[in-house]
Design a protein around this ligand. Structure first.
Ligand SMILES: C[S@@+](CC[C@H](N)C(=O)[O-])C[C@H]1O[C@@H](n2cnc3c(N)ncnc32)[C@H](O)[C@@H]1O
Length: 277
């Protein structure tokens, strides 16, 4: 059975039940050949903004920083280069192991179920992870507990609102099907990011703020290639589930490769707040 097909009770259109095993069993598995490249392209698109936000929030050498769901590891690597004492976690640490050479603590750790002692970190950062979890606010409560008094939580999450109404027909069709697929299989909530920063206030943080961006990309560029890899990893399962046909993928790939293509990617919501000192 394809591990990407929902295996729990679920009515059409509902979010799939999340399990620790589910993330990364189909598309997004670290064992897929293209996954390191997919994560690398995502890092190239997002890291500049992440670094600037850390700097604006006053990151300094010696700070204890937790990077949750570190993926390809570029943020943890940069943090270590700033002199931070870094812990990076993931369900799959395959692409993170090299970071131990830089003094980074690398842990296979599930943010939903595995713990840290309260007050362990001056900064906690997570990017494109919470939307995949079954209960974002429960995860936020855990992250806040792991912050030291005065510590800062920095959260960056994508919303699909900018892609599902694309004027490009093939991209729009595949984007909508992809969102349905993620919701039904991983349990991904492609709308939650747009509720930020209110969940951080509800979690008890102070000085909460938000920055939202609408990244633009062009046919044939790195972001277009990132989209192609996302889609290709999920293609078999999406076709098997009857969400779209192979022809829809081919049409979307033609748009994504065209020099005339110009559109928005996922909207990025970045929110931060400070634990009371
Ligand atoms: C979309 S990738 C983002 C990677 C990285 N944060 C970045 O922005 O470049 C999501 C990552 O979160 C990890 N992940 C998913 N669920 C997790 C969980 N419950 N606990 C820890 N990591 C998780 C995945 O294995 C994957 O590496």
């Amino acid at each position: 059975m394809n591990a990407y097909i929902p295996q729990v009770d679920q009515r059409p259109g509902e979010r799939g039940g999340w399990t620790r095993e589910r993330y990364g069993q189909g598309g997004f598995s670290h064992a897929i050949d293209s996954e390191q490249r997919r994560l690398g392209l995502m890092q190239s698109a997002l890291d500049r903004h992440t670094r600037a936000r850390f700097e604006a929030l006053g990151l300094k050498s010696g700070d204890r920083v937790l990077e949750v769901g570190g993926g390809g590891g570029s943020v943890a690597r940069w943090l270590a280069g700033q002199g931070a004492r870094v812990t990076v976690t993931d369900l799959d640490t395959t692409f993170l192991e090299d970071l131990t050479d830089l003094g980074v603590r690398v842990l296979r750790h599930d943010v939903c179920t595995d713990d840290f002692p309260p007050g362990s970190f001056d900064f906690i950062h997570t990017r494109y992870v919470l939307v995949h979890l079954p209960d974002q606010e429960a995860a936020l409560a855990r992250l806040v507990e792991w912050l030291s008094p005065g510590g800062v939580l920095l959260v960056e999450e994508p919303s699909a609102s900018s892609i599902v109404d694309s004027p490009h027909e093939a991209y729009r069709t595949i984007a909508r099907a992809f969102c349905t697929h993620l919701r039904q299989t991983l349990g991904t909530d492609t709308r939650w990011a747009r509720t930020l920063p209110v969940p951080l206030e509800r979690a008890g943080l102070l000085d909460v703020a938000l920055d939202a961006r609408l990244p633009v990309f062009n046919g044939g560029d790195d972001e277009a290639e990132w989209w192609r890899l996302n889609l290709e990893q999920s293609r078999k399962a999406m076709v098997a589930a009857g969400l779209v046909e192979d022809a829809d993928f081919e049409a979307a790939y033609r748009e994504l490769a065209s020099p005339d293509f110009h559109d928005l990617s996922l909207a990025v919501f970045t929110a931060w707040g400070r634990r009371a000192g």
